[in-house]
Design a protein around this ligand. Structure first.
Ligand code: PGA
Length: 255
């Protein structure tokens, strides 16, 4: 089974942007623009916008995700939100292990694994982010880093749960910098991640897995990146904040 049989998934990661009124506006602008999309379309919004977004997407194919969740169902974890709480809201997706969480909020491979398994246990679909730092790429260890992050994140995950996981390859040096990995670099790293998954769960499971590229994807470079065998979609930051840009990437993934 190859790319042609995998559904492309384009997910917006709004990060810490948009208040509720802006959320309503952006989603109402997006709705007509993505109504003929032949790929999955997800917007991952701040916690405070989740309810607004869930309401705003009604009647469209846009799905709503959160950007993180804690591994405990409840308890003394000030400032955190649990997978159970997301589920109760009606959220279907959650990003786990974004490099900004790893860089600025002390997220480790171990906590990524704990958060991912908690999310799966609540029936959420996870967008798991992995990717190397610039120094690591320069050292020639991109493959090892992506492989290690993938293996640790998936520790204890059953093969049956893989269908609820999307992996996003996000080279940290390309995020929010305007520097995009070349389509070849993205394809190579996504291929390594797929081989890692194959070594853990077998080829068939790995071939069915959606692997996205993320890092300054935009309407200009999306088509080339998405044309690559191992790149099945995109996790989009900056360009997801403007309806015309995000919908252009959705269109590129729908070809
Ligand atoms: P960017 O962000 O598209 O702004 O580089 C991508 C991401 O962080 O997921």
């Amino acid at each position: 089974m190859k790319k042609s049989l995998r559904k492309a998934v384009i997910a917006g990661n709004w990060k810490m942007n948009k208040n509720r009124a802006e959320t309503k506006t952006l989603i109402s602008e997006l709705k007509p623009l993505v109504k003929n999309a032949d790929c999955e379309v997800i917007v991952c919004v701040p916690f405070t916008d989740l309810e607004t977004a869930l309401d705003a997407v009604k009647g469209s194919k846009i799905k709503v995700g959160a950007q993180n969740c804690h591994f405990a169902p409840s308890g003394a974890f000030t400032g955190e939100v649990s997978a159970d709480m997301l589920k109760e809201l009606g959220v279907k997706y959650v990003i786990i292990g974004h490099s900004e969480r790893r860089q600025y909020f002390g997220e480790t491979d171990i906590t990524v694994n704990k958060r991912l398994t908690a999310a799966l246990a609540q029936g959420l679909k996870v967008i798991l982010c992995v990717g190397e730092l610039l120094e690591q790429r320069e050292l020639g260890i991109t493959g090892e880093i992506c492989s290690m992050q993938t293996k640790i994140a998936l520790t204890g995950v059953d093969a049956a749960d893989l269908k609820n996981i999307i992996i996003a390859y996000e080279p940290v040096w390309a995020i929010g910098t305007g520097k995009t990995a070349t389509a070849e670099q993205a394809d190579e790293a996504c291929g390594i991640i797929r081989s890692t998954v194959a070594s853990l769960y077998g080829k068939k499971a790995a071939n069915a897995l959606t692997i996205q590229y993320g890092g300054s994807m935009n309407p200009k470079n999306a088509a080339e990146l998405l044309s690559k065998e191992n790149v099945d979609g995109g996790l989009i930051g900056g360009a997801s904040l403007k309806a015309p840009d995000f919908s252009a990437i959705v269109a590129a993934a729908s070809l």
